[in-house]
Design a protein around this ligand. Structure first.
Ligand SMILES: [Zn+2]
Ligand SMILES: [Zn+2]
Ligand SMILES: [Zn+2]
Length: 158
């Protein structure tokens, strides 16, 4: 995966698309005992090189350049595993399709995204709505996580 494939066109003001942040991310995975080999490593490499959501179809096509006989099933199985480990995150787009990106929150502060439904690019939402809503969970309910996403079209796409 070379840098030339990924022009610096994104607006996401995080550092996870930079080389140092990538290395830190991979190092952290290793510390946590995740073994990323072959196809799973390639999924992570592709997603780390992009600052946006990518469909399984696009991932499959990119991976078939290296693994010509790769099937959708295999891609989905690996995506599911990576997702269970919190390495990638899935978002369902308006057309019902799922797209994937490297989890931002694990190596950055907690935050949310504006997501472009055309190109999958994300931008940072200022602040967390949970803090503003003053939500009180039902008695005995322990909140583990929450999701908040704003869908639309970015400057380049509309
Ligand atoms: Zn982010
Ligand atoms: Zn866009
Ligand atoms: Zn939040």
């Amino acid at each position: 995966m070379s840098e030339k494939d990924h022009p610096q066109a994104h607006d996401h003001r995080h550092d996870h698309s930079q080389q140092a942040a990538k290395e830190k991310f991979l190092e952290r995975l290793k510390e946590q005992g995740f073994k990323l080999t072959g196809k799973r490593q390639m999924i992570v490499d592709i997603l780390l090189g992009e600052d946006r959501y990518i469909s399984a179809k696009e991932l499959l096509e990119r991976m078939q350049e290296v693994f010509p006989r790769l099937s959708f099933d295999t891609v989905y199985r690996n995506l599911r595993l990576l997702q269970e480990e919190g390495i990638i995150e899935e978002s369902t787009f308006g057309d019902g399709g799922s797209k994937y990106r490297i989890t931002c929150g694990t190596h950055d502060h907690h935050h949310h995204h504006y997501i472009c439904t055309v190109c999958g690019k994300t931008e940072l939402v200022e602040g967390c709505p949970m803090d503003l809503l003053g939500i009180t969970a039902p008695r005995g309910f322990q909140i583990e996580s929450h999701r908040f996403e704003i869908f639309g079209q970015c400057e380049d796409c509309h």
